[in-house]
Structure formats: C-alpha cells, structure tokens
Design a protein around this ligand. Structure first.
Ligand SMILES: Nc1ncnc2c1ncn2[C@@H]1O[C@H](COP(=O)(O)OP(=O)(O)O)[C@@H](O)[C@H]1O
Ligand SMILES: [Mg+2]
Length: 378
C-alpha cells in the first residue's frame, strides 16, 4: 500500500516538472505583507531546492506563519513574487497551487471520522467515491493509521492527530508540503520521535517540505536548509552547519544555541587571517569569507561551549589557554556546563560525559582552539 502511494505521489510530482539536480522549486522574491502599519513580513527573498527539507526558524511573532500562508495562498502579499516550479503563483487560488498545508493546531474536523477528515479535500474537489476511498485507505496506511479510520479525532492521541493532519495534506498529492509548527503541541519525547518520522517521510516521498518552527534543535536536526527569521526579515539562510558555526549576527549565534560572544577589536588583517584583541590578549583567527575587516573594527569572537575544554590551572597560560575561576556549574545529563570567569567575564564551557570526565572547581584553564573561533562583525 505504502509503495502504491509513494509511486502515485512521486509520479504526480514528477509529471509537473522533471527534476534536475539543484533545481530551485520555490522562490520568494522581495515579498512583503503588512497588517496595518507594521510589516509582518518585510521584503524577504529566498530559494528552496526541489526535494529538500527547508525550515523557517525564528522566535514567536517573526512572520513565519504569515510567510507560509502566503505560499499556501491564504494571504496575498502586498509586494513581491512567489514562484513555484518556475511559475509565478501569486494570482492562483490556494487549491490550484499544488501546495498543501499542515496547520499548527491541526484543524481537524471534530465531527468527522479520521477517514472523512483525510478524504475531505478529495470530496470537495469532486473525486469519485471509489478513487477517494482507495486514496484515503492508502494514505492512512502510509502515515501508520491504517486501523484507525473509524475513530473520531477526540479518540486519538496528539501524535495520531498530527498524523491525520499530515495524511489529510498528503492525500491531495501536493508538489510541496507546508508544515506550521506541527510538533509544538506534543510532549518532548514524542516530539523528538515524530521528528525522525517526518524526516523519513519527506525522504521517502522526495517531496519539498517547508517547515516552520521556533525550536532550534528541531530545525538543526531536520533540515537540509534553514532560513532564520527575526522581526519579519530573513537574517541568514544556509545549511544547519553554516547557521550554527558561521552565524553572521549575534542574534543568530545566540538563537541557535548556547554561545560565547566575546567583544574584541581587529588589530591587523593578514590575508585570510585576522588578529583580534580582546581584554589584555590577542588571538589570530580565520577571517570569515566575504567579510571586509580593517584594523580598529569592533567584532565579536563567537565560540560554542562544546568547542572549549577545561584543564587544570597552567603555570603560564598563553593566549589560547585562558586562566579562569569556576563560578558555577550545572549538570545537564549528557554534559556538565561550567561558567568560568576569565578576566572578569564569564565563559560557558561544556564538558561531555560528566560520568567519566574530571570535575573542576576553583582555578582552571580554558583551552581555546583558534580554529574553532568564528568572527562576527555587525
Ligand atoms: N491576521 C493578522 N492580523 C493582524 N496581525 C497579524 C495577523 N497575523 C499575524 N499578525 C502579526 O504579524 C506578525 C507575524 O505573525 P506570524 O506570522 O503569526 O508570526 P510567527 O508565526 O512567526 O509567530 C505578528 O506581529 C502578528 O501579531
Ligand atoms: Mg506561527
């Protein structure tokens, strides 16, 4: 059954446009949407490759849902173009765009069975009963709800309701699936489990997913590509790796995880390297590509806590082994997090595997590898 649906879906996707490697499937070009005076989405542009898991990540109110609703066709942009599969879709009604949406609260019909919920879209578009029943059955099998077609939504767990919502979108054989925080109503353990299910589903279908979340772990672990949004703008887009290790702004560095952001001043630029003074010390680090830096420029040294290590106090610490004092620590299960005071400023240092690692207190050395330091200039 599952194979039948997959074949049906991939055939539907393939018949629209043949897939070319790296082909752009969805493009937003200077898209703006205002509610009253303030823009909810402010001149955003990005491109999503066909068959990728693309995520819009950002804090509550930054414009993620509004962006998704414009792609789906529920809101008209005030400015800009939305292009799907090479075709401008601004003026197409929602049901003709080939985009299906999974809503944050699932929006299941409480007075309809699971089967009828999943079949609803097919019924309103006039698909004959036999074909409808077949597609609903296959879809329910595909999302792991084969035995629950007769149930009512209030007889399902949160995770099962989420699957009904995904099934209801997939049964329409969309080109692209839009998912608005689909896991945010579930408890932590189930959320992590369903993450992998969604990722596996996307890969089995080879379908383009545009996923919205405010949860950075979810975004990092699921996505091929992430656009981080803040106040209606895209701050940066790229692979999870680029976003995590090479953020362009302090907001971004901080939003995607714990980080040390140490203020410094550029002393000297030598080709691909840059000498940065911080406190009484200097360090030579790689110059981020595309960033023009000159002596005197204020920057931040961005280094993740897990890229640092604690050592016993050294007799004569140099610039890359910073003498510090443990201020406090927290046992986080998989790691021990230390706050270490160095030159009057706190650094966060994570030590893996606390069960086997040495315990530190009092004077310590913070070992810093210059190649793990990323420079941010805003
Ligand atoms: N229908 C609406 N009417 C008025 N303001 C809205 C509407 N939808 C969203 N907004 C506002 O637009 C901004 C972005 O909202 P939204 O896209 O829902 O953000 P997110 O999904 O990232 O939390 C918020 O300030 C929100 O209050
Ligand atoms: Mg939202």
């Amino acid at each position: 059954m599952a194979r039948v649906l997959r074949n049906a879906l991939t055939a539907a996707v393939a018949s629209e446009t043949p897939t070319r490697p790296g082909e752009i499937h969805l493009r937003l070009d200077h898209v703006t949407k205002r509610f009253g005076e303030t823009p909810a989405v402010d001149d955003i542009s990005f491109e999503v490759p066909r068959g990728s898991f693309a995520t819009l990540l950002g804090p509550s109110g930054c414009g993620k849902t509004t962006t998704l609703r414009m792609i789906a066709g529920f809101y008209d942009p005030d400015k800009g173009d939305i292009v799907l599969g090479g075709r401008r879709i601004n003026d197409l009604p929602a049901h003709r765009r080939g985009a299906a949406m999974v809503f944050q609260d699932y929006a299941l019909f409480p007075h309809m069975s699971v089967e009828d919920n999943v079949g609803y879209g097919l019924r309103v578009s006039g698909v004959a009963k036999d074909e409808r029943d077949r597609r609903v059955r296959e879809t329910l099998e595909f999302v792991g709800l084969g035995a629950l077609g007769d149930r009512w939504p209030n007889q399902l767990s949160g995770g099962q309701q989420q699957r009904v919502a995904v099934g209801r979108a997939l049964v329409l054989e969309p080109q692209i699936l839009l998912l608005d925080e689909p896991l945010s109503n579930l408890d932590a353990k189930l959320r992590v489990q369903l993450r992998w299910e969604l990722r596996a589903l996307q890969q089995r279908l080879g379908m383009t997913f545009v996923y919205v979340t405010h949860d950075q772990d979810e975004a990092l672990s699921l996505s091929d590509w992430i656009a981080v949004m803040n106040a209606g703008k895209v701050e940066q887009a790229g692979t999870p790796w680029e976003i995590y290790y090479h953020p362009r702004t302090s907001f971004l560095a901080d939003f995607v995880g714990a980080v040390n952001l140490v203020p410094g001043t550029v002393r000297e630029v030598r080709g691909d390297e840059v000498v940065v003074a911080f406190g009484e010390r200097t360090v030579t680090v790689r110059r981020p590509s595309g960033l023009a830096l000159a002596a005197g420029r204020e920057v931040r040294l961005c280094v993740r806590p897990e890229a640092l290590a604690l050592r016993p106090p050294a007799a004569d610490p140099d610039g890359f082994r910073l003498p510090g004092i443990v201020a406090r620590r927290a046992f986080l299960g998989d790691l021990m997090r230390y706050w270490v005071t160095v030159d009057g400023r706190e650094w966060i240092v994570d030590q893996p595997d606390p069960g086997a690692a040495a315990d530190f207190d009092g004077p310590v050395t913070v070992a810093v590898k210059p190649e793990r330091i990323h420079v941010i200039a805003e």
